[in-house]
Design a protein around this ligand. Sequence first.
Ligand SMILES: Nc1ncnc2c1ncn2[C@@H]1O[C@H](COP(=O)(O)OP(=O)(O)OP(=O)(O)O)[C@@H](O)[C@H]1O
Ligand SMILES: [Mg+2]
Length: 274
Amino acid sequence: MTPTAPASAPADTSVLSLRSISKTFGAVAALTDVDLDVAPGQVVAVVGDNGAGKSTLVKVLAGVHAPTSGTITFEQRTVTIDDPATAHDLGIATVFQDLALCENLNVIENLFLGREINALRLDDVAMEVRSWELLRQLSAKIPTVRIPVASLSGGQRQTVAIARSLIGDPRVIILDEPTAALGVAQTAEVLNLVERLRERGLGVIMISHNMEDVRAVADKVAVLRLGRNNGVFDVQDVSSEEIIAAITGATDNAVSQRASRRQGATTTHEGAPS
Ligand SMILES: Nc1ncnc2c1ncn2[C@@H]1O[C@H](COP(=O)(O)OP(=O)(O)OP(=O)(O)O)[C@@H](O)[C@H]1O
Ligand SMILES: [Mg+2]
């Protein structure tokens, strides 16, 4: 990446700050001047419509794509994330949407794939102990670690993928649509897990399409629209309708009109004698 002067100084409470990050693919501007901050123990949801640039942002942080311009500050140092190994070594873990688990391997094998303890003589016992430790930290509901991942539920797979990303002891974890394919109970399980990550002091960036999930766990929500920032909100101070209006770029579209009609109705009720 080409370092440029930051648009504004990174907040010194941040573990990770992006300033003015742009990424073009030929003529396509996937990201333009994007700023983002995440603090330790904070969950930042990144939301936006299809093609808003969410996955591109994830890939920039994961070392998959080099940004065309902009500055990334990690733990108060300006960094260049050239490749996934650099992201991992810095302490930025990414759980991609497809999870990249091996269906036919069991939980332990998936957790330690490519980094088996004592690579020459696989230390089964040590890996099993460490696996349970990791899963316990996440209060994960996995019945046995010797079961092929293929036979786990979607929520359990997400758990395994998150546990695997914790092995390098990261400071920041990025989850791309962690609840997209999950039912109600499994979604709740994964959202609990996100809370465990926050309790452990990690900075969490969660890509999501689901307003309920965002409201349930995020502290802040950052909206991307057409590759640009379109608002950062404290979740407590913002309605789902306002977030959706920022996502669609319409302050007066059908959704917000419905919202304001409802608010109007509520006001009338509250004003009426009870
Ligand atoms: N490797 C690539 N080559 C060319 N264009 C790309 C590439 N990756 C992404 N884009 C373009 O960049 C823009 C942002 O895409 P991105 O995948 O980041 O969006 P997204 O917010 O993740 O969308 P979705 O919700 O559909 O996953 C889109 O216009 C997309 O077509
Ligand atoms: Mg995407």
